[in-house]
Design a protein around this ligand. Structure first.
Ligand code: PMP
Length: 284
């Protein structure tokens, strides 16, 4: 039985309660973050909290909990649940109010919940094997830069992927790959350059993406930020994805086309190792 956080209280998971009038439930009027726990420490906590603040500001949502209090709550949950490897999920909704498309009166408190999930991050069968990807139209709203809980399309796609015997989906907008269902997408060109779509309203600015770019720079690996097509991806030497919980995961197939020799490529494998070490060193 986990202990979860609900509006300042630490309670057993089966006693945690949220109102049926909560706007997160009724309107998906909520944002979230997922922070990894490695060796019992938080990975990229500052980055996740900075993005949370940005998501809140874009949606004109207020949260009267400080960054220091959020850090303390994350650490308390790690301790109470004895998590050494896994994640902390945090969600903020605009709170509880009579159902109305208009926002509730100012001063309505936000709902803040957090819970832990144990998960092996470093050891990953998917990363060892490499993932098979299919592509699909990106029909999401055009504010994918805000990390809202409107994840139904991504969830539908992930299920479609499973039904088709593949692992995940890359979404395509105007002929170019935006991102994965829950990760950022990269290809490696013939000359070893890593290519990934630039930050815009069309993708989530991955915290792992930002760290990976720092790692690549430190190791003199070239990264180019530009959009790429599905055809370019299919012809690429390698491909991979990044996310907080997946870290770096190689891609071995796109729409039935095998990349390279069909095994995780050396660039992706090396970046995964570099990233894991970087995360261990920087975790707080
Ligand atoms: N894009 C989308 C759509 C995502 O859902 C995620 C993970 N939540 C990412 C990218 C990767 O972001 P991060 O590296 O911060 O986990």
């Amino acid at each position: 039985m986990r202990t979860v956080y609900v509006n300042g209280a630490y309670v057993p998971e089966n006693e945690a309660k949220i109102s049926v009038f909560d706007r997160g439930f009724l309107f998906a009027d909520a944002v979230y973050e997922v922070t990894c726990v490695l060796d019992g420490k938080l990975v990229d906590f500052d980055g996740h909290i900075a993005r949370l603040r940005r998501s809140l500001a874009e949606l004109k949502m207020t949260l009267s909990v400080t960054d220091e209090e959020l850090l303390a709550a994350h650490r308390e949950l790690v301790k109470l649940n004895a998590i050494t490897e896994g994640l902390i999920y945090l969600q903020v909704s605009r709170g509880e109010a009579d159902r109305d498309f208009l926002f509730p009166a100012e001063g309505t408190p936000a709902t803040l919940v957090m819970f832990t999930q144990e998960k092996a991050l470093v050891k990953s069968a998917l990363a060892d094997k490499g993932q098979k990807i299919m592509t699909a139209d990106d029909i999401r709203w055009r504010r994918c830069d805000i990390k809202t809980v409107q994840l139904l399309y991504a969830s539908l796609l992930k299920n479609e992927a499973k039904a088709n015997g593949v692992d995940d989906v890359w979404m395509v907008l105007d002929g170019q790959v935006t991102e994965g269902s829950s990760n950022n997408a990269y290809i490696v060109t013939a000359d070893g350059t890593i290519v990934t779509r630039p930050i815009s309203n069309d993708i989530l600015a991955g915290i792992t993406r930002a760290s990976l770019m720092r790692c690549a720079e430190e190791h003199q690996i070239k990264i180019e930020e530009r959009p790429f097509t599905v055809d370019e991806a299919k012809a690429a030497k390698e491909a991979f994805t990044t996310s907080a919980t997946g870290m770096v995961v190689p891609v071995i197939e796109i729409d039935g086309v095998t990349l390279g020799d069909g095994k995780p490529g050396p660039v992706a494998k090396r970046l995964r190792e570099i990233f894991i070490q970087f995360s261990r060193d920087a975790a707080i």
